[in-house]
Design a protein around this ligand. Structure first.
Ligand SMILES: [Zn+2]
Ligand SMILES: [Zn+2]
Length: 363
């Protein structure tokens, strides 16, 4: 019987359970999990910070594995049929309907009310729908992508890769822009890499702890600052010194703390852009001065929620490309692996920022 690592309810430790192998519906598959990710969202899921999450929950929304069983037929977006044994990853977002107002009129499928996410809004009662498990049940309509690349390159990006890709595009970063990234976790690091690919002149990064700032420098940040050692006024000065006194052209908030959003606004130049991507789960409120921080600055502040297939697909293409994948190959050396029964340790290490990226390796 497949083993799964389960969060039974918020604020409870992860426990291992055995569950029956699922009956496959037509045009579905079983994925034998090779690697699954532990990200900040999983820490917050354990803390019960996201609404609409059904517990007990098997976390793990981005995973790589082999198609061990296919019932019916499965095709990729290029129309090629999948075969048993192939290594794939899949979009964690499922069931966006292409029929509702958000899907069709707003073209914002991340806000589709039908949207479900493996490892987040699919619970154990929905089946084997999380990656911290021997196997995942890929329901009909799940979007798989063949992974020709080194699976570790892909997992080094993990869920942060499509999220950061979305954020960088929301920021409309222009060639020659100076970008400021707040936060040096996986989303921040991926944003640095992708912003430089997009043509940013320089990326400044404020984050911590030190080993993450080193990773930010390795990823291409020209200057980094430890936020814990510098109060907000110092940080502002640090940014202004590097931007002719104006502030960053674009700031991406990937820090997670609510007050980072107000700081992102203050650290950005007048008529610049701020993308808020670090508040995927609820960390409470913050305050800002609408006149000074927003209106008079003529600032464009954009939320960026999740990602869709287009971000995921292009992310996989980048990490699969021999030339473009170099940045993630470098990141790969900072992966930490845990067995299924070490999930609590993995969560603790991610929570404390002790590791850059934690992976569950069920076998
Ligand atoms: Zn919809
Ligand atoms: Zn994630």
């Amino acid at each position: 019987m497949p083993r799964v690592a389960v969060i039974p309810e918020p604020n409870c430790p992860v426990e291992i359970r055995e569950v029956p192998e699922p009956q496959l519906e037509e045009n579905s598959a079983l994925l034998e999990v090779e690697l699954s990710e532990v990200c900040g969202t999983d820490v917050y899921l354990q803390q019960g910070r996201l609404q609409g999450v059904p517990y007990p929950l098997v976390p793990g929304h981005v995973s790589v594995g082999h198609l061990s069983k296919i019932r019916g037929t499965l095709f990729d977006v290029e129309g090629r049929e999948f075969r048993e044994g192939e290594r794939v990853t899949f979009l964690d977002v499922h069931r966006t309907c292409n029929a509702c107002w958000y899907c069709l009129v707003a073209k914002a499928t991340t806000r589709c009310p039908q949207r479900k996410v493996y490892g987040i809004t699919y619970g154990l009662d929905d089946g084997l729908c999380g990656g911290w498990a021997d196997q995942i049940y890929l329901k009909p309509g799940t979007r798989c992508i063949r992974l020709a690349a080194d699976p570790e390159n892909f997992m080094a990006g993990g869920c942060a890769l499509p999220t950061a890709l979305h954020a960088v595009e929301r920021g409309d970063i222009a060639i020659g822009d100076t970008l400021l990234v707040l936060g040096s976790g996986p989303v921040g690091i991926n944003a640095i890499i992708l912003a430089l690919m997009r043509g940013a002149l320089r990326v400044l990064c404020i984050g911590g702890p030190n080993h993450r700032l080193e990773t930010a420098s390795d990823a291409g940040a020209s200057d980094v600052l430890d936020f814990e050692a510098h109060p907000e006024s110092d940080r502002l000065e640090w940014v202004l010194e590097r931007t002719y006194g104006r502030g960053a052209d674009v700031t991406i908030e990937a820090a997670g703390a609510p007050d980072a959003v107000a700081q992102a606004m203050r650290f950005t130049r007048d008529a610049g852009r701020v993308v808020v991507v670090g508040q995927y789960t609820d960390h409470g409120e913050t305050s800002f001065n609408p006149h000074l921080d927003l209106n008079r600055k003529h600032l464009d502040v954009r939320g960026c929620w999740g990602s869709d297939f287009s971000h995921f697909y292009r992310g996989v293409q980048l990490v699969s490309d021999p030339a473009r994948s170099a940045s993630w190959a470098k990141l790969k050396t900072k992966l930490s692996r845990y067995g299924l029964d070490e999930a609590n340790q993995a969560l603790a290490d991610v929570k404390e920022g002790r590791v850059m990226k934690a992976l569950i390796e069920p076998r």
